[in-house]
Design a protein around this ligand. Structure first.
Ligand code: G3P
Ligand code: CA
Length: 269
């Protein structure tokens, strides 16, 4: 497994730190990716959305309410949608205290800040284009920011970056704009639907409760957009028993809030 500083694959599934090491640090913050690094995990997952004034930021929900102090800071701005706040306003919010006082002062990172930290940590990124229907053009803009940050060269494109979305249209668009990038579709296409996805993506990333060993094998039998056998990264698996179960189904990766737990489980430790 990819594990403490490991490369993916020969022994078992790659372990991705979902929203960073988000069982132990506030999700989608720099603290969460730093902690993933200290635990030894190089792959981190995030979620990208857009502010009112067009800045890309890293946050999961389409409102600020759950993971920041926006309700207290801006009491008259319900329902606190990300797209209704400027980047300067979002930069004032505390994105750590909700998780634990020791994380007070963590911020909602801009995508650029986040990429710079992932780079500094020598980590790799599973970037999710989140709710693209709310943000027309976000795919092209995300690629532009990736390019400006130096994340579209061959090293990043081939080894350190995967772009994923629940929106097949978004994944298809990213593939069309940058065919050299590795992409993933979030969902569980039927066996009949899978060949269509194979035209524009390399990986299928399903919720773990929706899959079987046969389905994983059927994905592996297909060649994806880059001509290699398609792979499967499943989410969100935070306990040892489920990690072993999906490992037994033959998945290629496990996306988890608790990467240390999953890593030990798939090693049989
Ligand atoms: O990476 C898979 C996972 O992030 C998909 O669900 O809601 O956590 O973005 P969600
Ligand atoms: Ca996500």
């Amino acid at each position: 497994p990819a594990g403490p500083a490991g490369a993916p694959g020969l022994l078992g599934p790659v372990v991705y730190a979902h929203r960073g090491a988000s069982a132990y640090a506030p999700e989608n913050t720099l603290a969460a990716i730093d902690l993933a690094m200290r635990l030894g995990f190089d792959w981190v997952e995030n979620d990208v959305q857009r502010t009112k004034d067009g800045e890309l930021v890293v946050i999961h929900d389409d409102t600020l309410a759950r993971t920041t102090d926006a309700e207290q800071a801006f009491p008259d701005r319900a329902p606190w949608r990300v797209k209704d706040f400027t980047a300067a306003e979002i930069a004032t919010l505390d994105a750590g205290s909700w998780f634990g006082e020791e994380f007070a002062g963590e911020r909602v990172p801009t995508l650029r800040e986040y990429l710079d930290r992932v780079e500094r940590n020598r980590q790799r990124l599973l970037l999710e284009v989140k709710k693209p229907e709310l943000y027309p053009g976000i795919e092209k803009q995300t690629l532009q920011v990736l390019g400006e940050a130096g994340w579209l060269d061959a090293d990043h494109a081939q080894r350190r970056l995967v772009v994923q979305s629940f929106s097949a249209d978004s994944v298809r668009l990213v593939h069309g704009l940058r065919p050299d990038l590795v992409t993933a579709f979030l969902g569980t296409p039927t066996l009949a639907e899978l060949p269509k996805y194979a035209q524009f993506t390399d990986r299928i990333n399903p919720w773990h409760t929706t899959i079987s060993a046969d389905w994983v094998a059927a994905v592996h039998d297909l060649r994806g957009a880059h001509g290699k056998a398609m792979e499967v990264d499943t989410w969100i698996v935070d306990d040892a028993a489920t990690a072993r179960k999906v490992q037994g189904m033959g998945v290629d990766g496990i996306i988890t809030n608790a990467p240390d737990v999953v890593y030990r489980a798939v090693l049989g430790a």
